[in-house]
Design a protein around this ligand. Sequence first.
Ligand code: TYD
Length: 211
Amino acid sequence: MTENKGFLITLEGGEGGGKTTQIVRLQNRLHKAGKDIVVLREPGGTVISEQIREVVLSAKNVGISFTTEVLLFQAARAQIYREIVLPSLEAGKVVVMDRSRDSSVVYQGMVRGFGVDMIEKLNEISTKNTYPDLTFLLDISVDKGLKRREDSGSVNRIDMEATNFHTKVREAYLKLAKEDQSDRWQVIDASKTIEEVENSMWEIISKKLGI
Ligand code: TYD
């Protein structure tokens, strides 16, 4: 939990779980409820972090070394937390993020084997030891997720990994959510309709925020 006045919500999950669609809907609902909100994505969200995003996700950069990848995700995170996330939380805003620290734990730490402890040490530095107050795992089978991603037509360097990679991502997220000692994780069945997913997320958020 953060010690700030604001509230940090992160959306996590593998490919095609509909995070981006849900964030737009969530933004509308929070706005209607009169909340001061900031919506961001990782990697990205600031001019500098978006430049780092281009380097780390470009399909052209197949030659990027794994350590470079790990550190670039963290570099983008360090910038967005210092420039936007932490000041917004201090100002009492609700910050909604499409991915954050747990993406590095899962993709780099667990699936690619960099180690969870090492990633969490880096996360501690990049986020100034900030944890989300609430994390949604939008869980969907790999087949359905990849199908949705193909239909959307936007495929990045990491999406191009083999199906086996995406299966490991899904399993790692479910394990992380299950074993986490805090009560911040909420696993949502993302194969349901957009409206159903939206409603189940809103039920949880509105309770937490007392809306
Ligand atoms: P993006 O195009 O934003 O897709 P998605 O809709 O899946 O979020 O791609 C972000 C990609 O970067 C995604 O494949 C996950 C990966 N990623 C990591 O591997 N580590 C990280 O720390 C972050 C933030 C993202």
